[in-house]
Design a protein around this ligand. Structure first.
Ligand SMILES: *Cc1c(COP(=O)(O)O)cnc(C)c1O
Length: 396
């Protein structure tokens, strides 16, 4: 049996006639740049989050870039980001001439810890913090909001992997000054190419993002500041509008797969959820130090008070066995991927800017993490096959 890490085919097939219909309607309209499909999608996306303002952007990366531009980040500024994340989170900081300052993450829930962030804040230098809701796990946004207020730093949430996750009752992306989303096909609302969105809490911030998206132009052919072309196509917005009403269902399917993994994998020999001693400093209430573990597979920790959106189901495989397990899965038809193999603070492009400090949890995770299939349309039989293949590896 084959179980790919991800496949968009079944999801799109189920909506094919509606997608063909809106494709034809945009084709017939002849309106391809901005216009009502974009405006209506922005309204619907904001409403889905209980918000008023969102701005459709060309990609998740550009959403982060334009949010930082709107926050006034520039040369000489520092922006705190986790080292354990996708490259874009830090790349956008450098592109604006600012310096990414890398924080370590919790080895159990993979997220930045508010205490670590606070230690890295330098008043007058730190302009922004980018909490990343990695793999769909929600950061502690109460703590982030408080740090933002206390130190006067802008909070730009990277929600690329976490649309629909909740911190307490509230969806992520709605608590920071900006929430930045991606519609890359593998994300929770997967598009048909590149796409992104910025949610802004304040109307004036949304207006600024909207101007910057279109070369900083306002009114027409007048430029008070330099922006770019960060527009999202009308066609992409029209297609995404077809999918938006189904996101809640997709998230339920992801949660069901993750729930079954958590419930059934912990029964297998050598599997643990206890990767670290209980301690109060960590966002998940567990982490702090990465203890040596006897376990051969460590399941992800769900931080108290959050509801994840399970964009990835990422386990740890200690004792140097990660790549062997990946190969075993491959031989049994199961796709998996390493998100991420190299810490950002050790990337050449950043280490020329600053000597790489040691971030032990990030370095450990990069050696041990492996993401397993958790896409909504995976069938129960396919999920069973993943679990059986892991069982066979653990008992071989
Ligand atoms: C996917 C992703 C991005 C970038 O989104 P794109 O739409 O691919 O540009 C940024 N941050 C994180 C954490 C991501 O996973």
């Amino acid at each position: 049996m084959k179980v790919p890490l991800f496949s968009p085919l079944a999801q799109n097939e189920a909506l094919a006639s509606a997608l063909h219909e809106v494709f034809k309607s945009v084709l017939d309209s002849g309106i391809f740049i901005l216009g009502s499909e974009v405006e209506v999608f922005e309204k619907e996306f904001a409403a889905w989050h209980g918000m008023n303002e969102s701005v459709a952007i060309s990609s998740g990366t550009d959403a982060l870039l334009v949010a930082l531009m709107a926050a006034g980040v520039g040369p000489g500024d520092e922006v705190i980001v986790p080292s354990f994340t996708f490259f874009a989170t830090a790349g956008v900081v450098s592109r604006l001439g600012a310096r990414p300052v890398f924080a370590d993450v919790c080895p159990a829930c993979y997220l930045m810890q508010p205490d670590d962030v606070e230690h890295l804040i330098v008043p007058g230098k730190t302009k922004a913090v980018i909490p990343v809701h990695l793999f769909g796990h929600a950061m502690d946004m109460n703590a982030m909001e408080e740090l933002g207020k206390r130190y006067g730093v802008v909070i730009v949430e990277d929600v690329a992997q976490a649309m629909g996750a909740r911190c307490g009752e509230q969806r992520v992306g709605t608590r920071g000054d900006f929430g930045c989303f991606s519609f890359f096909p593998t994300k929770n609302l997967g598009g048909f190419g590149d796409g992104g969105m910025v949610l802004a809490r304040r109307a004036e911030d949304a207006d600024r993002v909207r101007r910057l998206r279109n070369h900083g132009m306002h009114p027409k052919y007048h430029h008070a500041e330099v922006g770019g072309n960060f527009r999202l196509d009308a066609l992409q917005c029209a297609l995404l509008r077809v999918k938006l009403p189904h996101v809640e269902h997709y998230l339920e399917c992801r949660a069901q797969h993750a729930g079954e993994y958590l419930r059934r994998l912990r029964e297998l020999p050598g599997v643990s959820v206890e990767s670290s001693p209980t301690c109060n400093t960590c966002a998940c209430g567990k982490g702090g130090r990465a203890e040596k573990t006897d376990a051969r597979l460590v399941l992800p920790e769900v931080r108290r008070g959050q509801t994840p959106a399970w964009n990835q189901f990422t386990v740890r495989v200690p004792h140097g066995q990660r790549d062997a397990l990946k190969q075993w899965l491959l031989e049994h038809g199961v796709g998996s991927e390493i998100y991420y193999p190299v810490p950002l603070h050790q990337q050449t492009c950043f280490s020329v800017q600053q000597p790489a400090s040691s971030l032990p949890h990030t370095e450990l995770l990069c050696q041990e993490v492996l993401s397993l299939p958790v896409y909504p349309e995976m069938t129960p039989n396919q999920r069973d096959h993943v679990i059986e293949t892991l069982n066979a590896w653990l008992t071989r």
